[in-house]
Design a protein around this ligand. Structure first.
Ligand code: ADP
Ligand code: MG
Length: 590
């Protein structure tokens, strides 16, 4: 007999016996409640994702915890948003995906986050692992856990609701500790659906202590590095995005300005020190590589982007100092004379202390020569922009010449940038003056991060964002312009349409009437995509129109899309890295 029946009978007087007190059942929760609560407890403010079986209800419960759930049209973009959120806030960006394909789409971003040292957690719904392991052909069957493992720095699989708090807390610690990176949690349907007593769950929650523990460098290593730097006649500092990520801007400024050391920023380290500052050697990359006697790498890997630190571009006698959290980075491509392994903040503190008692040997003529070279190169660059000023149709340089002063007048706008020529030319043209204001294709030089990173940057910082996109690059994530509109974010997307990958003038070799492999749509109306989702959108064909449209778009703090019509022959194969193509025997452009 149910309790309800019992009560009803008592009320109608049909039973003379004393009604039994209702038994006290403990309050109950599902694994989905536990997940939402765990994210809240660990301090996650935002989850990026795309729902469906089996995570839809979990997303509602997450929202009900007061956590923002920013929805997307493609998981790769949700993941890119989470990764950018992680990079800009030094806390893990979280993405939630559905099983199988949704999970795989998210893993692209997780792998990219790991390679770029962005802290990120992907939580993916997953089918019952017992059925997956027996290859029963269950719904969306995929061994996601083992697929994900090689693409991230740590992975957890929850098969019980009670696993969830520990997995979430440990994932957080793993994402931000040591070298930051991607962490995967396989959130299986049995774990999400399991019903557990609330008081038993309560006991699983604890306050994790020191979710990020900065590790101090070895004193002898710091002394060695200080000696080497102090002995340098022609030193240079190369700043990487690890330096920007670490949020130690004042310490870097102090090191550079006190000891007058010229600096060269890698692309996402631009703005950590002003690009146009007196010690900026942004235009003197080759001179630094060829002539500096001591080079100090601060949060920058000596990988393909720096010609591996060896070969004919590099001074073979230069000695390297490297500050990095990861000991495995040291000696990777060239022996490091003075490695300083540790948290960037503690390493810089220790180095600044050690330098106080030392006499520096910087040759003033070295700094002066870099300044003279900068002046000369900058003048040449200005000439190049001036020469392109009136080109009709516009080239990349015409458009960038129009954009440059607008962004200079809005220095707090975060610049997202992807493409080939659009990436390289924008990086060269647009000066940055604030740290962590440039997010781009980064270490893998990938396309397909634009809308996601723009959304992540806008949500994580509440700042305005301008995304400068090649037409090919925009194609990977264009549909997620709708997510910018759905959340009414202050993001302006600028599409450089030159009608193709690299450019729009590729000619097929033979035996086909199909478009060339590099050809896209020179007459495409990308502005109509903006209109479709209610954004302010326009197509511009002159620099004046572009400058006015961008100024108004930034001022509006609303979603805007500017379709910039370029010449089809503006741009070249692979932008600045054409040398990486296998040696061509054919000419694929007319
Ligand atoms: P870039 O591409 O700008 O040259 P990289 O991504 O190659 O930068 O290098 C970033 C480096 O910064 C990585 O080797 C990473 O281990 C290091 N790093 C990241 N965070 C920290 C930190 N908090 N302290 C010290 N080093 C860090
Ligand atoms: Mg293009």
């Amino acid at each position: 007999m149910s309790i309800t029946q019992n009560t009803t009978q008592a009320a109608t007087g049909q039973c003379s016996c004393t009604p039994k007190a209702a038994p006290e059942y403990p309050a109950q929760l599902t694994g989905m409640d536990v997940l939402a609560r765990a994210l809240k407890e660990v301090g996650i403010s935002t989850v990026y994702g795309l729902v469906g079986i089996p995570i839809t209800e979990a997303a509602y419960l997450i929202q009900a915890q007061g956590i923002r759930f920013i929805t997307f049209r493609h998981e790769q973009q949700a993941g890119m948003a989470a990764a950018t959120h992680g990079y800009l806030t030094k806390t893990p960006g979280v993405v939630m995906t559905v099983s199988s394909l949704g999970c795989l789409n998210g893993l692209t971003a997780l792998a990219n986050a790991t390679v770029n040292c962005y802290p990120m957690i992907q939580i993916s719904g997953a089918s019952d692992p017992a059925m997956v392991d027996m290859n029963m052909g269950t719904y969306e069957q995929l061994d996601q856990f083992n697929t994900a493992k090689s693409l991230c720095k740590a992975a957890f699989r929850c098969t019980h609701a009670t696993d969830i708090p520990s997995a979430v807390f440990r994932a957080y610690r793993a994402a931000v500790s040591g070298r930051p990176g991607g962490v995967y949690i396989d959130m299986t349907t049995p774990a999400l659906a399991e019903i557990v007593d609330a008081d038993a769950v309560e006991k699983l929650f604890y306050k994790p202590v020191d979710l990020y523990t900065p590790t101090a460098p070895n004193k002898a290593a710091v002394e060695r590095a200080a000696d080497l730097l102090a002995s340098a006649r022609q030193p240079a500092i190369i700043l990487g995005k690890g330096a920007a990520y670490a949020q130690v801007d004042d310490k870097i400024k102090k090191l550079i300005e006190t000891y007058k050391i010229p600096y060269f920023p890698m692309s996402m380290a631009k703005g950590l020190m002003p690009d146009d500052g007196p010690l900026s050697a942004l235009s003197c990359r080759s001179t630094i590589m060829g002539k500096a006697d001591v080079v100090m790498f601060i949060g920058a890997r000596i990988n393909w982007l720096l010609s591996f630190g060896k070969g004919k571009k590099w001074n073979p006698d230069a000695k390297f100092i490297q500050l990095d959290i990861d000991p495995e980075e040291i000696d990777r491509n060239r022996p490091i004379a003075a490695p300083v392994v540790g948290d960037m903040g503690l390493s810089l503190d220790a180095l600044l202390d050690a330098l106080e008692s030392r006499k520096m040997s910087v040759d003033p003529a070295w700094v002066a020569s870099l300044q003279a070279e900068t002046k000369e190169k900058d003048a040449k660059f200005s000439e190049r922009l001036a020469a392109a000023k009136n080109a009709t149709p516009m080239t990349h340089w015409t458009a960038l010449g129009a954009i440059k002063p607008v962004l200079a007048a809005n220095p707090d706008v975060i610049l997202v940038n992807e493409g080939a020529n659009t990436l390289d030319d924008t990086r060269d043209t647009i000066s940055m003056s604030l740290p962590r204001h440039r997010v781009d294709c980064a270490t893998w030089a990938i396309m397909g991060m634009g809308m996601g990173s723009a959304i992540g940057a806008a949500v994580a910082t509440s700042k305005s964002v301008v995304a400068i996109e090649g037409d090919s690059a925009f194609g990977f994530s264009g549909m997620d312009f709708s997510s910018i509109c759905r959340f009414d974010l202050p993001v302006t997307v600028v599409v450089f349409n030159n009608g193709g990958i690299y450019n729009g003038i590729g000619k097929p070799l033979d035996k086909t009437d199909d478009p060339a492999p590099t050809t896209l749509d020179i007459n495409a109306r990308y502005d109509l995509i903006g209109q479709a989702f209610g954004a302010k959108s326009c197509r511009v064909t002159t620099p004046d129109q572009l400058s006015q449209a961008l100024t108004e778009a930034i001022a509006s703090k609303k979603p805007c899309l500017i379709d910039v019509q370029l010449a089809a022959d503006s741009g070249k194969e692979s932008g600045h890295i054409g040398y990486l193509n296998p040696a061509p025997l054919i000419d694929i452009t007319v």
